[in-house]
Design a protein around this ligand. Structure first.
Ligand SMILES: [Zn+2]
Length: 260
């Protein structure tokens, strides 16, 4: 009887230690998306030091964790309701940001994209009509990238070289097709499901909780909550000593650190 009780206690203690270990592991790594933390392939890249930028696949997953900088990315525009206000507010606060835009909407709202461009923001590629690239054939993926690029160039005169896949859904074929066209695929580290019309307080808290040095923050242009949450996010991150960089600058800083 005594032995059985001791065994029960030992099993219970082992289970507690295991659950505690899992929780503390997740707490240390909650600055990356849970899908990534649960993906063994990510930890292989992590062990090889390729979980920031992997030149083989041209995939960017994280900035330099030794620099106090974060990249703010705003997807899904141009949106005529909130896009110009978001851009103006970021500009007034002196914040660098990268806008990943949808080609078909660039064609619809050229004046919005012109304004974002004129305020000095980086404008990059979020495909022609927001299709899930991991469901398409290589030539369809290439067209999604090229047609968006053509629309952006027509309005701004600038080329794109960074791709944010819709839903950040991609596979090896997506990465290879983007790389062949000269693109770096840009993943993310923290978001707030702001596209689900979350309240501003939730969006701000979630981003502030999960941002660390080198984070790539993903927010969206077509929701009022994001516009309302951004000042708090910016002030909160600056108070912690972070500066804002574009995704291109984040990549340059990673490359500069890489030994020749
Ligand atoms: Zn999107």
């Amino acid at each position: 009887m005594m032995i059985r009780n001791r065994r029960r206690i030992a099993v219970g203690a082992a289970a507690l230690v295991f659950v505690g270990g899992v929780l503390s592991f997740w707490n240390r790594h909650r600055t990356i998306p849970i899908e990534r933390a649960l993906n063994p392939a990510y930890w292989v890249r992590h062990a090889r030091g390729l979980d920031r930028y992997d030149p083989q696949t041209a995939l960017l997953e994280h900035g330099d964790p030794n620099l106090p900088e974060v990249a703010l990315t705003i997807d899904d525009g141009p949106d005529p309701r909130y896009g110009p206000q978001i851009a103006q507010m970021l500009h007034d606060k002196g914040v660098a940001a990268t806008f990943f835009v949808v080609g078909i909407r660039v064609k619809q709202y050229p004046e919005v994209i012109k304004k974002i461009d004129s305020l000095g923001f980086e404008i990059q590629n979020h495909t022609y009509d927001h299709q899930r690239l991991d469901t398409l054939k290589p030539h369809e993926i290439a067209n999604e990238i090229r047609f968006c690029a053509a629309n952006v160039e027509k309005v701004t005169g600038k080329k794109t070289n960074l791709l944010r896949p819709p839903g950040v859904q991609y596979n090896d074929q997506t990465l290879a097709t983007a790389k062949a066209l000269g693109y770096v695929t840009v993943s993310w580290t923290c978001g707030a499901r702001d596209y689900d019309q979350q309240p501003a307080s939730y969006i701000a808290q979630r981003i502030l909780d999960r941002t660390e040095a080198g984070s790539i923050i993903i927010l969206h242009q077509d929701t009022p909550g994001t516009l309302a949450a951004l000042p708090q996010i910016i002030d909160g991150l600056r108070a912690r000593g972070y500066r804002f960089v574009t995704v291109s600058q984040m990549l340059e800083h990673l490359h500069a650190q890489r030994p020749a």
